[in-house]
Write a protein that binds this ligand. Structure first.
Ligand code: G3P
Ligand code: CA
Length: 315
């Protein structure tokens, strides 16, 4: 074959290869439910402001978060509020405002004594100071409803609600998944790409909660299945990843799983699942958060929950 013909064939093949790479990247971005390496502000910019406060959410947006996370709990009168814990005392002054309202409840198989969110109405919870525990300069920050969180974030970043302990709230007569979807619907956010400036990803440690949304409620928003190091080996097979794909679009392993078993990333990707790790934050053990995040992204991770949005290494 003449040299020019060989050159032509080689050029054609390299163009084909380039097109395949670009198409692969597009497909990957689509199945991942993300638009590139993604920064999720964990409870807001919670390294610098009280978690789940307006201050933490606004700072996360100012620091360039792609998504701002909301852990959700349900009040006595059925309102969704943004709190990580099932109880109020760690992040509010509930002990001082409502002395005598602590009690023991069996939650998720163990007895938990405290000021349970489900024992308080929204009006009561809104009397609490959710800022001083973190730093006196945040005195007066309030526990936010899911609606208030959306009002702060919508149009500026994505939202990333988590159904926390949905079985606990189910046993109290609340349909947590329905509550979440109703709020999203009222805000025009219950379908993928409904608001390109406000993408929505829903997450849960509960496979049942995700199955209910995807299979019964026909939720088409992307869903993330969280799991901890304790459950690592349960999900580390091709078969289990395919099973996850029937009810979620991504896995959310604890970061230690990816450190110990980086092969989980291609395993998930091969099943069409994105990989979102939690939580990379500044601690005595992690001095250089930016470098830590860079390391995980180089392992192929698609998105990171971090308390330090300002340290996310944009490429
Ligand atoms: O949702 C991701 C990460 O936040 C899971 O851990 O306990 O902080 O909700 P947790
Ligand atoms: Ca969470």
């Amino acid at each position: 074959m003449p040299t020019t013909r060989i050159r032509g064939v080689l050029m054609f093949l390299s163009v084909l290869a380039a097109v395949a790479v670009v198409l692969g990247a597009v497909v990957q971005a689509q199945y991942a439910g993300y638009r590139g390496k993604t920064l999720i502000a964990h409870r807001g910019a919670s390294a610098y402001a009280p978690e789940h406060s307006a201050a933490a959410y606004k700072l996360a947006i100012a620091q360039g978060a792609d998504y701002v996370e909301q852990d959700l709990q349900v009040t006595k009168d059925g309102q969704l509020v943004c709190l990580h814990d099932l109880t109020l005392e760690r992040t509010t002054n509930a002990k001082e405002v409502f002395p005598g309202r602590s009690r023991a409840l069996t939650r998720e198989g163990r007895e938990l004594t405290g000021w349970h969110v489900c024992d308080f109405t929204l009006a009561e919870i809104q009397q609490l100071d959710a800022g001083s525990w973190f730093d006196p300069k945040f005195k007066g920050e309030k526990v936010l409803t899911f609606q208030q969180a959306i009002d702060i974030v919508k149009g500026k970043a994505g939202i990333y609600p988590e159904t926390k302990a949905p079985e606990v709230y189910g046993s109290l007569g609340f349909d947590m998944e329905r509550l979440v979807m109703d709020v999203l619907k009222r805000n025009g956010l219950d379908k993928p790409n409904a608001d390109p400036k406000t993408p929505v990803f829903i997450q849960s440690f509960s496979a049942e909660s995700l199955k209910k949304m995807r299979q019964s409620m026909k939720v088409t928003l992307p869903l993330l299945f969280l799991f901890s190091e304790r459950d690592r080996d349960t999900w580390m097979t091709k078969e289990r990843m395919s099973e996850i794909k029937t009810f979620a679009d991504g896995i959310g392993p604890a970061k230690g799983i990816v450190s110990a078993k980086p092969e989980i990333v291609p395993l998930a990707h091969d099943a069409g699942l994105s990989v979102t790790i939690w939580t990379v934050s500044s601690t005595p053990a992690v001095q250089d958060v930016r470098d830590e995040m860079r390391k995980f992204l180089s392992l192929g991770v698609d998105a990171i929950f971090t308390n330090n949005p300002d340290q996310f290494p944009r490429q």
